[in-house]
Design a protein around this ligand. Structure first.
Ligand code: KG4
Length: 341
């Protein structure tokens, strides 16, 4: 069979990314992150869309060059259709449509969340076979989502539980914002937490039924406690930054792992993966390793470059869909909200 070269394009939020996979093996994964949002403490949709416009052509060009192939060798183009910011998505979607049409090759639409889950199937080389068997459980934690997903097949995912309010990453970012540690807050909290005591401060945890998550109660409890501490000592944050970060991280990881343990117990599925931006967190990664030892789980933790938004995961789903000849039509619109189809 002829080699399959898939170009993936991701532009759902504030990262413009392009990647090339050959028969599922990574050849290149180029991402341009947008620094412009830092000054605003969060992603500004209009600025994100404009930056994608500037980045998309050079990023695709670099991805092809790094992969060492010409555009004529591509078998198909896979793009993130949604969910995400509409203005951001439109740039990638329309670029992919135009490029595929000009090359007269198939177009493949990919659900961004499905991409995060399937990042575990990106091969580093031909012999790479460390990937979860179906069905497996995936904890999908990012800036916009916190879900426990039962993955029956690459195109069959069941959401067992999800957040009823904020996502885990959103809660982390809000805490960091209040602490004036910049945006995104995840990497700073991770860094400080490594030097702090996770039990120094206690924040409230939700008590809700089933596999669903909630982070708004934790956020409020953190905010009220912090206000009181600062009123007593204006230098409180500076003096306690490591312990604060470690305690925030501990609470969030504890909330995430409790429901995940429940899902594993009830489904009996012990192959457990983690995906999404928050899966870069060292506290969460360590918790996974502890659970593997204590409960006999087989765990799947993505490479750091596949945790945040990237096009390699889009090209990976694209490869599966290409083999199934599951192609998109040129008139397929982007979508901003939806979980799994
Ligand atoms: O998956 P992602 O890149 O974007 C979405 O699609 O939402 O996730 C971004 C989220 C942000 O909330 C960011 O603070 C968080 O991932 N994050 C982390 C770490 N790195 C990124 N959270 C905790 N620890 C980290 N090391």
């Amino acid at each position: 069979m002829a080699d399959i070269y898939i170009l993936g394009i991701e532009s759902s939020c504030d990262d413009t990314s392009a990647a090339v996979l050959k028969n599922g093996v990574i050849l290149s994964n180029v991402t341009a992150s947008q620094e412009v949002h830092r000054a605003y403490g969060g992603v500004v949709p209009e600025l994100a869309s404009r930056a994608h416009q500037q980045n998309v052509v050079p990023v695709v060009d670099q991805a092809l060059k790094k992969a060492g192939i010409t555009k004529e060798q591509l078998s198909a183009i896979a793009f993130t259709r949604g969910p995400g910011l509409m203005g951001s998505l439109l740039v990638g979607v329309n670029f992919a449509k135009g490029f595929a049409r000009s090359l007269e090759i198939p177009l493949i639409d990919v659900n961004h969340l499905q991409g995060h889950v399937m990042a575990h199937f990106i091969k580093e080389n031909e012999a790479d076979d460390h990937m979860p068997p179906f069905p497996f459980i995936c904890l999908l934690v990012s800036g916009g989502n916190s879900q426990i997903v039962k993955v029956n097949a690459y195109n069959d995912m069941e959401v067992l539980g999800q957040t009823i309010d904020d996502a885990a990453g959103e809660a982390i970012d809000k805490c960091a914002k209040v602490l004036e540690w910049g945006y995104p807050g995840g990497p700073v909290i991770d860094k400080y937490a490594r030097q702090g005591n996770p039990h120094a401060f206690r924040f409230s945890e939700p008590h809700i039924e089933g596999f669903d998550y909630s982070f708004s109660g934790f956020k409020t409890s953190f905010l009220y406690s912090l206000r009181k501490w600062i009123a007593d000592d204006p230098k409180f944050i500076e003096k306690n930054k490591f312990d604060l970060a470690a305690s925030i991280e501990f609470t969030i990881v504890d909330i995430l792992m409790k429901k995940l343990r429940l899902a594993v117990k009830e489904t009996g599925i012990t192959h457990v993966a983690v995906a999404g931006g928050v899966s870069a967190n060292n506290g969460l990664r360590n918790a996974f390793k502890e659970h593997a030892e204590k409960y006999g789980w087989t765990i799947y933790i993505p490479k750091f470059s596949y945790t945040t938004d990237n096009a390699a995961m889009i090209a990976c789903v694209g490869t599966f869909k290409y083999l199934d000849e599951d192609f998109a039509t040129i008139n397929l619109p982007a979508f901003s909200k939806v979980t799994f189809k």
